[in-house]
Structure formats: C-alpha cells, structure tokens
Design a protein around this ligand. Structure first.
Ligand code: LMR
Length: 293
C-alpha cells in the first residue's frame, strides 16, 4: 500500500508472492534482501547453513525462470557467501552477474572521511571496500581521494585512519543495531539503489565503486572462487570490470588477507550447498557480521 501511495515514477506494477519460481519470472534484476538474523545461542555455522539453504533455493529458481542476463544483488547476510551459494545454484546465469552489497560500507566510509575532513561527501572518491561484508572488511583510505588528492595528504592523522576510521566503518552496522534495536534500513535501501545506479550509469573517469563480485581471474591474486568486494567500474551497460593497479601496501595486504581467509572458511562451511565435497566448519569466535557484537 505504501509503495503504491508513494507514486514512484518508475513503479508500474506490484506483484506479491512467496513462490520464487513465480516472482522471479523474467526478472532483469533480483534484489535478495531477506535472510534470517542470528538468534541467541545460534552458531555462525548454523546461520550460514539456514541462510545458505534459502539462497540455494533462490539460485535454483532464478536459474529456472529469470531473464538469462539477470543481475542479482544479495543483501541478506552473510551476503558474500549467500551470493556465492546463489551463483553456484544458478549455472545458466553469468557468474559476473552476482553481487553482494558492500556499497553500504563504501557510503559509510565516505561519510566518515567527509566528516573528518570537513568537506561534503561528494568530494570524497575512489573509496574501495575490500573483502567480506563483516568486521574483517577493509575500508581503503590508501587509494581514496578527497578533492582529487590522496586522503592521506588531506587527513594527516594516520592513527585515526588506521584505527578509528577503519573500526567505525567495520562496526557501523553493529553500532546502529545497538542504538536502534534493528538493522540499518534507510541507508541500506539507498545503497542498494546506488549499487544499481553504478551499473547502469558510466562510472566517472578515474573513479570506481565497490561491489562484492566473483573473483575468478581477478587482478589482485584473491582466491579464485569467492565473492569478494573490490573496486569496479562500469560503462553503464549493467556490466563492470574490476579496476586493476590499486596500490596495495603492507597494511592493506595483511588485512585483505584476513578477510579473504574468513571468506574461504565460510565457503568451506557451505561446501554442501555449492556442490563441493569435504567441507568442514571451523569459524572462529571473532568472525562477525557487522551487526554482531
Ligand atoms: C549492516 O551492515 O548494517 C547490516 O549488515 C547489519 C546486520 O547484520 O544486519
């Protein structure tokens, strides 16, 4: 009712349903938002399994009925691994078309940098989120720019960048839940729209956006079979390429590795959902979604 009453200029028709084989029929875009939140006493492995089953089913349904070039953006957590599961269950759809949402983290990073530098957020560019949408994510201030200058030349407080900035972005989802009693909603919705716009609008010359995408053949040596957030640019045709040649200094490399290792562990936990044998699950206690403290 509220969607109808909002008179959105692009909204033509609403169809509600719970059968993914019906609602995904001929879809060009699928935004997979629903997932079960982790409850008290629930192991992360259980969460991966429960949500993984949802995304395996949705992958199968997309494979069966969606448009052959459907773009899939996974928001439900743990979104990187859910996107991997969905992709593996949809072999008809190009692997490149699967994304997990890290644009929310990019927007959060831009906001923090803008506040610290005392500039408006649209002067902040070239912000990459590397890795997992979890507290191991790496918001990259090394390659980011403010007014076209390296962030490190504008914000000279290296300790703030390495510690406070990084941690604030990594834990922003959790901070919101703590304050608000529920997950971020409005900023997530905005970032989903931003993520879609980034794929249907040419990326500004020299800039890029973050999206967690399939790693096969990636230029950064990240393990080949993951959904990992990286810098991307688009010609505006719905497709994208990973931007190569960002400077990866030792500080970034160590942290990117940690996020990669976390995603490799998550992949092992869901081996049974992605057609792989011999999976095992030994996720450590400090593996967290942004919303888990
Ligand atoms: C966020 O980053 O706000 C969410 O992913 C948090 C959550 O766990 O729902």
């Amino acid at each position: 009712m509220e969607l109808e009453d909002s008179l959105y200029p692009l909204l033509r028709e609403l169809n509600l349903g719970i059968d993914s084989y019906e609602v995904f029929r001929d879809a060009d875009w699928a935004l997979l938002i629903g997932a079960k939140p982790r409850g008290p006493g629930m192991e992360r492995a259980d969460l991966l399994d429960i949500n993984g089953k949802i995304f395996a089913e949705q992958g199968k349904a997309l494979n069966a009925v969606a448009s052959e070039n459907v773009k899939v953006l996974v928001v439900g957590n743990p979104c990187n691994t859910n996107a991997l599961i969905c992709m593996k269950n949809a072999p008809r759809i190009p692997k490149k078309n699967f994304h997990a949402l890290t644009r929310l983290d990019e927007n959060r990073a831009k906001c923090q940098l803008a506040l610290k530098a005392g500039v408006f957020y649209d002067n902040v560019s070239n912000v990459t989120i590397w890795g997992n949408h979890s507290t191991t994510q790496v918001p990259d201030f090394v390659n980011a720019k403010i007014h076209g200058k390296p962030v490190t030349e504008v914000i000279k407080d290296k300790k703030w960048l390495e510690e406070e900035f990084t941690e604030t972005v990594q834990k922003r989802g959790g901070a919101l839940i703590k304050k608000w009693g529920r997950s971020s909603a409005a900023s997530t919705a905005v970032s989903i729209a931003d993520a879609m716009k980034s794929l249907v609008t040419p990326t500004r010359e020299g800039d890029w956006f973050s999206s967690a995408v399939y790693t096969e053949g990636n230029p950064y040596g990240i393990d080949n079979d993951l959904i990992f957030s990286m810098p991307c640019r688009s010609k505006g045709d719905g497709d994208y390429e990973i931007v190569p040649d960002l400077q990866i200094n030792e500080w970034l490399a160590t942290r990117i590795k940690k996020s990669e290792e976390e995603l490799i562990s998550e992949r092992s936990c869901v081996a049974h959902l992605i057609g792989q044998d011999n999976g095992y699950c030994d996720l450590t206690e400090d593996t967290r979604l942004p919303g888990e403290q």
